[in-house]
Each structure stands twice: as structure tokens, then as C-alpha cells.
Design a binder for this molecule. Structure first.
Ligand code: PLP
Length: 289
């Protein structure tokens, strides 16, 4: 059912003034609505929901969640009803932002919960309550990360990609990088650029993979999730002008900023070959938070 969505992925070379080869894998071009890594994260979850004969998909997210926007579209495509549990009761009385308007347009039913309640989104009691209200539902966690998502993200890398020395990607919940790590070869180094502040993602990723050929840093998170500075926004504008590749300020902008800082610091040995995963996320740009 996803066959007609998946278009050929375009690997685009970024010309650098050095011996280093930098290539960007444009997952952002896969599909305008189910963009980037979210396609891979949803694929096996929706197939499983179908197999189980479920009627509905329920998932969770904040007002700018790329996962919510992608899930709304993908669920509709698969013929599911879809409920989005959205963080922040106050949003119910506000005009919809770009992300939520998109989700609603794709027939997602938005249900707003308080920040306090949202914190319990993974707890059995809250999930039980949801399933009583919406029976025959398949629940996908916030950000879409679970074992089936990681299985899907293993398909991001092609056979040729196993020749790169480094593979870099943006990290939110850690699902995407976990799949990439699992699919990688031991000689490759996987670099994760966290969009969130803090050390907890190391533990999170270690739950999904036994491999050790990876590193994660929050040094380029610009203070935390969805935080940014004029320096980051300038970088994104210049990058787009120079290479005709759009980036978002929450994920891919921070990763590319981090890579260019590391290049400046001569972090990579000469003649290194680096693959950057462009994980999409451009739908949120319409919202400019
Ligand atoms: C959701 C998202 C990520 C984070 O993926 P995780 O699997 O949660 O780490 C990275 N980049 C973009 C553009 C995203 O939308």
C-alpha cells in the first residue's frame, strides 16, 4: 500500500573545498506529506495494525509534531480512522497552526489534553482509558518510536551506503538512528545530533541496539527542543541558497550546523566519506514557531 508513495531517493553531493566527500540523502523528497524518516517509522506499524484488523490509529504529539502530520496522512491512506492526542488543552481554543490544520484536513480527530495528563501518555492506565473510549485501536507512541519503527528505519540505508565512513542524522526520540545503527557496518561511525538537551538519549538508543559504532551529541541543540538562534537561522538560509537544499530549524538544520562545525575543527580525517540523512521535517516550516 506504500508502493506508490516511495519514489527514488535522491543522493545529492555537497561540494566542499576539501578532500572530504559529503552526500545528503534526501528523504525529504520521498513524499510531500509522509516526509523523511516518518515514512519508515510508520510503514511496519500500519501493516501490523492492518494485520491485527484494527479500525483506528491513535498517536501522540505536540502542536508542531511532524509525526502527527505524517500519521494523519498515512492512516487515511491505509483506510484507518485516526486520533491525535495533542499536548496542551489551551490549543483547543486557538486557531489551528499549519501542522494541526494539515492533520485535521487528513481527517485526524484532534483531542487536546493538559500537559499534566500528557505526561502519562505511556502509562498503562491512560492507554487503557483511551482504548475504552476508542476500541479496536492500534496505539503508536509519541514520535512513533517502537520496535517496528526501528525495523522500518533499517531500510533507510541502501547497500551502497554501507561504504561511507560516517553517517550522520538528527535525533529526537532516537528511533531513526537506532535503525540506522542496526543496518550499518562496524567500520562505519554513526553520528547523532540531538535536537534535545541532555544525556538520556544514550540510554534510550542502547535499548534498541547492541552495537557500539555510534556517538550522540547535544552540543548543537541550541538550548533544547525547538529552540534556535539567529545564527542557526542564518546558517539554514545560507545553506539553502548555496546548495538548494531546504533544512528545518528543529532537526536537520541543527545536524548540518553541527557537521559544518566539525568540518571546521578538522574532526574528520582527510578523504573521509560522509553521508547525511535529510530526515524531512519541512512541513513544520510553514508554521515558523
Ligand atoms: C521526527 C524527526 C526526527 C527525529 O527522529 P527520531 O526517530 O525521533 O529520533 C528527525 N528529523 C526530522 C525531520 C523529524 O521530523
Amino acid at each position: 500500500m506504500f508502493e506508490h508513495i516511495q519514489q527514488p531517493i535522491c543522493d545529492q553531493k555537497v561540494q566542499l573545498d576539501s578532500t572530504i566527500e559529503l552526500v545528503i540523502k534526501r528523504l525529504d523528497l520521498i513524499h510531500p506529506e509522509i516526509s523523511g524518516n516518518k515514512f519508515y517509522k510508520l510503514k511496519y506499524n500500519l501493516l501490523e495494525a492492518k494485520r491485527l484488523g484494527k479500525k483506528r490509529i491513535i498517536s501522540f504529539g505536540g502542536a508542531y509534531s511532524n509525526h502527527i502530520a505524517a500519521t494523519a496522512y498515512a492512516a487515511k491512506l491505509f483506510g484507518f480512522e485516526c486520533i491525535g492526542i495533542i499536548r496542551g488543552e489551551e490549543l483547543a481554543n486557538k486557531p489551528l497552526n499549519h501542522t494541526l490544520a494539515t492533520a485535521e484536513r487528513h481527517a485526524m480527530k484532534l483531542e487536546y489534553v493538559s500537559r499534566e495528563k500528557y505526561r502519562h501518555k505511556n502509562q498503562a492506565e491512560f492507554l487503557k482509558e483511551l482504548l475504552e473510549k476508542y476500541p479496536e485501536s492500534y496505539i503508536i507512541p509519541e514520535g512513533g518510536t517502537n520496535a517496528l519503527a526501528i525495523q522500518g528505519c533499517q531500510e533507510i540505508l541502501s547497500a551502497q551506503d554501507l561504504e561511507y565512513d560516517y553517517i550522520a542524522c538528527a535525533v529526537g526520540t532516537g528511533g531513526t538512528i537506532s535503525g540506522i545503527i542496526e543496518a550499518s557496518q562496524d567500520h562505519q561511525k554513526i553520528l547523532g545530533f540531538s535536537s534535545l538537551k541532555g544525556d538520556f538519549l544514550k540510554q534510550e538508543i542502547s535499548q534498541w541496539t547492541q552495537k557500539t559504532n555510534w556517538q550522540i551529541t547535544d552540543q548543537y541543540c541550541f538550548g533544547g527542543y525547538a529552540k534556535f538562534s539567529p545564527e542557526l537561522l542564518n546558517f539554514i538560509d545560507e545553506f539553502e541558497q548555496k546548495y538548494q537544499i531546504p533544512l528545518d530549524p528543529v532537526y536537520t538544520g541543527k545536524m548540518c550546523f553541527g557537521i559544518f562545525e566539525l568540518l571546521k575543527q578538522d574532526y574528520f580525517p582527510k578523504h573521509s566519506r560522509i553521508l547525511l540523512i535529510h530526515s524531512g521535517g519541512l512541513q513544520g516550516k510553514g508554521a515558523k514557531h
